[in-house]
Design a protein around this ligand. Sequence first.
Ligand code: GRG
Length: 280
Amino acid sequence: MNKEFEDYLLMRVHENDDSRTKDAMAYSLMNGGKRVRPTLLFSVLEGYGIDARVGYPCACAIEMIHTYSLIHDDLPAMDNDDLRRGKPSCHKAYDEATAILAGDGLLTKAFEVALDSECSAEQKVALVKALSWYSGIDGMIYGQTLDLQSENDLNPTLALLQEIDHYKTSKLLTLPLVCGCILANKFDDVEHFRKIGLVLGLEFQMQDDILDVTGSEEVVGKSLSDEDNHKVTAVYLLGLQGARDMVASYDETIRKELGYVSCDVTSLSKVLDTLLKRTY
Ligand code: GRG
């Protein structure tokens, strides 16, 4: 990710008075994330011939929301993870109460930062609505809710696993694509990017499940379930070839939908190629 954007993130998270909570916010925000969502937003803007800087406030807001979700996901009440990106998770580096506040701080700060986007009032309203919709109770939070509810389900259906991915992963990957359209004032393209983002999340997650299995030396005879969490995955239900076929069909849907948008998709296609490592 470009250094200028990293500096922008650091500047926005540290503005105004210092506090322990703010240190914890900065710790997690600057802790080595891949910046997938900002990269998606910048590549959509590039397709419309718009400088990435126009997208900094919005990309920063999305990365803040993504970071809050990871901090809260790691808490003992949720996944109880001691590590995030190979380093102590926020509540381990600080403490639980500070990690809760850091997540809250990032989520609320995100809306303030997004409103600094240089665009019309109508565009700002659309941006705030999208940020809330895709990350909120009808978006990512609903996905986390479904995931928690299904924890004791030993035989989840493929439909349930896909529904969880649809909300938990796809919604926040769709958000930067939609925000790119809003910033470019190309509201007619939103529906196409919405479809692309939703399928992208499913494909991203399926690829992850496939790589969890094939990344291992011992593919033959290895259980296809996620052994750490004893979770049944889509790859377990579909089989490796079935999962690869599904990835190929997701890929085809994305390529087709890219053909309908009004911008140049060269840069976005490259980002998608990198993101969706081919496994078929
Ligand atoms: C606590 C409201 C709430 C939501 C938590 C984000 C999340 C929902 C759970 C984390 C576990 C998980 C596998 C989520 C799916 C989304 C996903 C692929 C997150 C990881 O995104 P990357 O790879 O992360 O972009 P980095 O570390 O690169 O920023």
